[in-house]
Design a protein around this ligand. Structure first.
Ligand code: COA
Ligand code: AMP
Length: 646
């Protein structure tokens, strides 16, 4: 079905051709929109291919471009950040000038703690403006931040601490999840006890709802330190220097440290605000996500401010804080023009308020577009949102690794008619192809591996933290000359891309990318478990949910319910509540191929209620039949796998 879009297609076609045919000229022109302390020697350094570096030789400061530059060029009194926290009742409006001053002082705190250019700072914090201030303070002095999402368990935090080796950790006394206070400080203490690396200091934001004890000699009170610190100026860094590390799930269960550079990142994000999102400087842009995800980094923290917009930091949920009208309230109250969130948020609103009763209570007349990403936008949710909002609803596809959209309906380049279920077409800079097993291009409408031709555009990951080999092995080796996305999909006869889901062991839960490998590791650590598999099954609200299939050791006599409860707790402790691991089935054996590979794909098809056939390579067909019964029992009892929108 087509929608009302005005589709001349010229602006997009021209930009796409220019970025594909001469990326150096295209991105070089885009880079002129930033302030450089030293102009680049080369737009694209191809000398170490397949590793590429954008704007080699150039120097700039991301914080300067996102904040100080606007203070100097007429936006000092414009709002930079609107903090709206329905869970605490606090609202705060921060101008660009005020933000510059706070960031400069906090940069002084970091400097005072010995943090210098290239040092790492781990940030484990809730949705408060201080998190954004901490991130920019790092950028200001050339330190490399690594934000860890609050819903991860201490063990996951410890792994990241050991990999990033931070000099300092920034944290808060607590986060607030709807009505539940989550004390962060004890989680950090456990993580530090588990980690081998020892950061010199932790700076702790004390929140009124729950204060915490500081560890003498190690911990520093955020506000006290900021009050006495001297402001520090922006330090020019190389365009190719890292701005941040963001860990994302790896198929092995060991997270991958996605590196983002300074130059390419600033160029691509600023370009995307106008051309992909159609947003002008001075407008309010709201990304309802979390600082801990790539969406939060790119579209709460960096892109809106690079573009001179106002960003919203919302400490709440689409439902329950206090109701399903929360998004509309924020949009009306803060004059939000464009909203970006995950489809799950809209499914949650739809579930609570299917008729959109709350929507009618707010003035949404200035709201212009909704962008959704992070998981597949199922057509039911698309149609519901489109009918309710009466503005363009744009599905767009990207990954932590790319940092900004790979495919979208570019609002700033003359949008195309929508095909529900498709994020439309590749964004200028990305050449997306569908490849078969042998690396040959698939014909239109035939599903295969979604790959992006190298070089990737600026803003995408140049490598993994201190691990070029893993970057090459994971992403660049399967199809030489291409970046492997890990998604399966197809391109139709009109050039529209359809993403059908991951082809690896990563699952997408409520828009969060999680590794079944790390959950399996946790389950396997239980003393009664001989063997296990965790698979993602379809869920009507959260897109997918993990289900554990567990084989117990011989002689275990404890009841399955007790063991299942312990396993749920174990995953919560080792991976975190964000895993949403709540369903376990004890089975006699796991179905495997004759070479010993667990048949996850077939189990997933069974769990989802999709058609499946007995794989010819199966070792013991009875094992799969038993699994089918176990999954069916789980499905009927707890409802996994009910089709999305069904
Ligand atoms: N700190 C600590 N715990 C957190 C957390 C954080 N920052 N974020 C989530 N959690 C916890 C939740 O409290 C929940 O714990 P519980 O098992 O004790 O209830 C658990 O992790 C699972 O969280 P989630 O999957 O988010 O479920 P939810 O029921 O709390 O909320 C939605 C469901 C749909 C409202 C929510 O996931 C949402 O708004 N998602 C869409 C927007 C989004 O953030 N997308 C990210 C990429 S754009
Ligand atoms: P993350 O790195 O957490 O952003 O997750 C990236 C993965 O989410 C992608 O590889 C896809 O599997 C999925 N994803 C993100 N956006 C979309 C979308 N618009 N449509 C389908 N899948 C998506």
């Amino acid at each position: 079905m087509h929608d009302f879009y005005d589709a001349t297609g010229f602006a997009y076609a021209n930009a796409y051709a220019a970025a594909t045919n001469d990326p150096e000229a295209f991105w070089g022109a885009a880079a002129d929109d930033l302030h450089w302390d030293r102009r680049w020697d080369q737009v694209l350094d191809r000398s170490a291919a397949p590793l590429y570096r954008w704007f080699a030789g150039g120097e700039l400061n991301t914080c300067y471009n996102a904040i100080d530059h606007h203070v100097a060029t007429g936006r000092a009194d414009q709002l930079a950040v609107i903090y709206d926290s329905p869970v605490t009742g606090v609202k705060r409006r921060i101008t660009y000038r005020e933000l510059r001053d706070e960031v400069a002082r906090f940069a002084g705190v970091l400097r005072g703690l010995g943090v210098a250019k290239g040092d790492r700072v781990i940030i484990y914090m809730p949705m408060t403006p201080e998190t954004l201030i901490g991130m920019y303070a790092c950028a200001r002095i050339g330190a490399v931040h690594s934000v860890v999402f609050g819903g991860f368990a201490p063990q996951e935090l410890a792994v990241r601490i050991d990999d990033a080796q931070p000099k300092v950790v920034l944290t808060a006394s607590c986060g607030i999840e709807v009505q539940k206070v989550v004390p962060y400080k004890p989680l950090l203490d456990v993580a530090l006890a588990l980690a081998t690396h020892r950061p010199a200091h932790c700076v702790v934001l004390q929140r009124d709802v729950h204060r915490c004890e500081l560890t003498a000699g190690r911990d520093i009170d955020w506000h006290e330190a900021a009050a006495s610190a001297s402001p520090v100026d922006c330090v020019p860094v190389k365009a190719t220097d890292p701005l941040y590390i963001l860990y994302t799930s790896g198929t092995t269960g060991v997270p991958k440290g996605v590196v983002r550079d300074n130059g390419g990142h600033a160029v691509a994000l600023k370009w995307s605000m106008k051309n992909v999102y159609g947003v002008e400087p001075g407008e309010v842009f709201w990304s309802a996500s979390d600082f801990g995800w790539a969406v939060g980094h790119s579209y709460i923290v960096y892109a809106p401010l690079l573009a001179g917009c106002t960003t919203v930091v919302h400490e709440g949920k689409p439902v329950g804080t206090p109701d399903a009208g929360e998004f509309w309230r924020v949009i009306e109250e803060h004059d939000v023009r464009v909203l970006f969130t995950a489809p799950t948020a809209f499914r949650a609103i739809k579930r609570e308020d299917p008729k959109g009763t709350f929507y009618g209570k707010y003035d949404m007349s200035r709201f212009r577009a909704l962008f959704l990403a992070g998981e597949r936008l199922d057509p039911d949710t698309y149609h519901w949102a489109r009918a309710l909002l009466q503005v363009p609803v744009i599905d767009h596809w990207w990954q932590t690794e790319t940092g900004w959209p790979v495919a979208a309906n570019c609002m700033g380049l003359g949008a195309f008619p929508v095909k529900p279920g498709s994020p439309t077409k590749p964004v200028p800079g990305y050449v997306v192809e569908i490849l078969d097993e042998d690396g040959a291009a698939m014909p239109a409408n035939k599903e295969g591996a979604v790959a992006i031709r190298l070089p990737l555009p600026p803003g995408t990951l140049p490598t993994l933290w201190r691990n070029d080999a893993r970057y090459i092995e994971t992403y660049l080796s399967r199809y030489p000359g291409y970046y492997l996305t890990g998604d399966g999909g197809y391109i139709d006869e009109d050039g529209y891309l359809f993403i059908m889901g991951r082809v690896d062991d990563i699952i997408i839960v409520a828009g969060h990318n999680l590794s079944t490998g790390s959950m399996e590791q946790a389950v396997a650590s239980h003393p009664d478990v001989a063997e296990c598999a965790v698979i993602g099954v379809r869920d009507a609200l959260k897109s997918q949910l993990p289900v554990g299939l567990v084989v117990l050791k011989a002689g275990v006599t404890r009841t399955h319910d007790v063991i299942a409860t312990e396993l749920v707790q174990l995953v919560r402790e080792q991976v975190g509540p964000v895993a949403n691991f709540r369903q376990v089935a004890v089975v006699a054996r796991l179905p495997k191929t004759r070479s010993g590979k667990v048949l996850r794909k077939t189990m997933r098809a069974i769990a989802d209620g999709d058609g499946w056939t007995m794989p010819p390579t199966i070792d013991d067909p009875a094992a799969l039949e038993e699994i089918a019964v176990a999954l069916q029992t789980l499905r009927l009892a707890k409802g996994p796998g009910s089709p999305i929108g069904g």
